[in-house]
Every structure is written in structure tokens, then in C-alpha cells.
Ligand binder design. Sequence first.
Ligand code: ARG
Length: 463
Amino acid sequence: MTQSGPDKNAMWSGRFSESNTELVARLSESVSFDKRLYRQDIAGSQAHARMLAKVGVLAQADADKIVAGLDEIRAEIESGKFEWKTELEDVHMNIESRLTERIGDAGKRLHTGRSRNDQVATDIRLYVRDVIDNVVMLIDRLAAGLLDLAEREADSVMPGFTHLQIAQPVTFGHHMLAWREQIVRDRTRLVDCRKRLNLLPLGSAALAGTVYPLDRHYAAELLGFDGVTENSLDAVSDRDFAIEFCAAASLIMVHLSRWSEELILWSTPMFGFVNLPDRFCTGSSIMPQKKNPDVPELVRGKTGRVIGDLNALLVLMKGQPLAYNRDNQEDKEPLFDACDTLSICLEVYGEMAPHIRVNREACRAAAAKGFSTATDLADYLVGKGLPFRDAHHVVGATVGFAAKKGCDICELSLEELQTFSALIQKDVFDHITLDASVAARKTYGGTAPEQVRAAIARARAKL
Ligand code: ARG
């Protein structure tokens, strides 16, 4: 990118008697980060030119030159031959100026009935739309990986936690399906966001609309928009869609961060529930034995960035009067950061999740600790006619006894158990094992392997 100081030839310089200082130019430029909108900017300009020709504002020959010239500029950019100039401020003026350089006067007619305000609003909508389509695909891949993992581990017993204390046994497959539910909801939020953003702002011009008889619906159709925005003042200043996207992205990151926290804990020797493949971990430069779960740690860390991006956009917008204000240029870096960060985190999780290796024995051994089947003993007593509250009390005393003795309740003898309730019979041992405990939780959405398999079948049927 060329860097240069004051330029009295800036496209808007007609009324100015002096140029910006080099310092102001550095503050104003956005091309260093908005050049990534080049594809959307070119598509928007091509649609605008075609539309102008259709309504007779532009000669068809000029529109054809513009469309072809922009195709060539796209190729220049993609082959790295395009020279981006900071003195041309932004992606829009860089491309327009190069177009005029290449095709002459026709290039100067492109901006008829248009402003950079509705141009940039269009570009960002197109950009976020593309990102959403890609992110939805990444979510689908990740969700499919979790489904496969859930199926493999449908019968694997692990401790379920509340307060991070062992609560009741659950199946590992059930836990993976819980993760999957989170991103399935996230997907619906993105699809919903896409619906609201998929309206064309072009034709709003600077803020008030334009004197030319534009066919906004035709341009919308060319760009794959579902319709056009309703109000020109709103359309040039609205960044709700960027905020909605960042909100949805933040929530996805929060979900990935929660999974990360679990994976980090589970891969310590104290838990030992899972092994992450080496390719997702790193070692220590000093401690040769270390295998660190860097991928989940980084994802957990990057969550803060995306939440920060959302916050930046909310604060950016909160003081703005209608309509466009230059503040809006500051929407791009946080938005792009959220797009990039979310995409790479989803992609890496999509690659890693199906390869999480579960240590079934360690999971089972942990589930056997902490009196995780105490509720099952209470439910057993309820089955024998005892009111639940009384059963709860009996089991509490039984657990206290076992804890003192240093064993689990299922390791107590029948005689010992019977000292707490005469209702306890030999069949109690069919109810308080780990497998019996999970198998019994067969309410819809419950942890029983048969329910996990049913949930997987429902999820597959929906695909
Ligand atoms: N680079 C500007 C932005 O991103 C484009 C719109 C500039 N409009 C203006 N009136 N200065 O917001």
C-alpha cells in the first residue's frame, strides 16, 4: 500500500482550500482494513450500474464497460497486482478511482444516485451474509461430529455434576448432546439475523434517497437480497445487523468457552476423562512431561475478544443521531475480528470434537464416587411406598454411614442397609448400580442410553 500525505485531488476536495494533514489522513483512512470488502463492493457496484442502465440513467454501453472493468479489477486484487492507496481513504474510492483509470468517463458515472453511505451499508450486509452462510456450515459440521461422538459414547457412564460436585451418573453421549443443543440454538439465531439483514440499503443515497428513478427492487434481486430497506435515514445509519451478528457470535463463543473449560478439566490427571489428540495440544519448553490443552484454552481466551467486539459496537452506536456519522467507520474492525475469531474457533472445534478420546474406565470410576446413586436408593424406597421426603432422610443417613466407613452405598451389606429402612430388600442392588441408574432415567431428553439413541435418531431425521 502506498502511503502519502496531503492530496488536493481527493474525490471530495472541490470545496476545500487545503488538504488534510498527513496525520488526519492517517486517522481517516480505512482502506487498510476495509479492503477486505472488495468483493462485496464490486458486486454492489455492478448491480448498481446494471440497474442504472435498466432505468435509463446510464447508457447500456457504459454499464457494460463498468461491469467488465470491475471484473478486471477483482482479478487484479486477487492476483495481488492492485495498488491500494491510503490517500484514497477507503475500499470504495480505491476501486472507483482505478475503474476510472481503466475505462475513463464511464467510471465517473458509476456513483450517480449513490453515496458511500448506502454503498458501505450494502457492502457490510453482503459481507456479514457471506460470513453467516459459512459459519452455519461450520456449525453443521461441528454438530454432526458431536452427534457421532454421542453415538459412540451412548452407553459410557460418567459423573454428572451440579456445583461441580458429583451429582448423578449420566452418559457421555448425553453430555455431548447437551453441547450440541447449544449450537443448534445458535444456528437458529444466525439464520434469524440473516433474515433481517438481507435487505438492500442501496438507493438511500447519502441519507434522503435520490432524484434518479432507481429500481431498488431490481438491484436487490441482482444481489440476492429478499427486499429493500424501508427508510433511507435508517438504512444508511443502521448497524443493528452487525450487533445482532456479534451478539450471536458472542453466545456461540460463550458456549465454546464452556466446553473448553470442561475439556481442560477433563484432560487433567485428576479427572482423566478425555485425551485430546496431540495435534491440538502443545508441550512445555521446560517441563518435558507436559501436554497442554492449548486449543480449548485459546478458544476460552478468544471468547473475551468477541464479547469485547460486541461491546465496542454497542458503545459505538449508542450516541449517534440519525443518519450516517463517520463514527460508523469504526464498526468494521470489531465486526471483522468477531467474524474471524468465531470462524476459526468453530473450524478448529469441528476438527477436534469428533476425535476426543474418552477414557471410559476413568469416567466410570469417577461416577462411582461421591454417592452418585443416592437418589436411586431414595427412588427405590419411594417404589416401596415410602414418601419421597422420608426416603431422602433415610438415604442421607445411609450416605453418612457409608462416608464414615469409607465406602459407597452399593458396597454396604444388605444387613447394614436394612438398619436404615426395613423396606430395603435384596433387589436394591439392581437399582443402585451406575448402569441401572442411567438406564432408569428414560424420560424424554433424559440420560438413559435408549433416550440418547432416540435423541440422536430425532436429530438425524431433522437433517
Ligand atoms: N469509509 C466509510 C465508512 O466505512 C465510508 C462512508 C464514508 N462516508 C462519508 N460520508 N465520509 O463508513
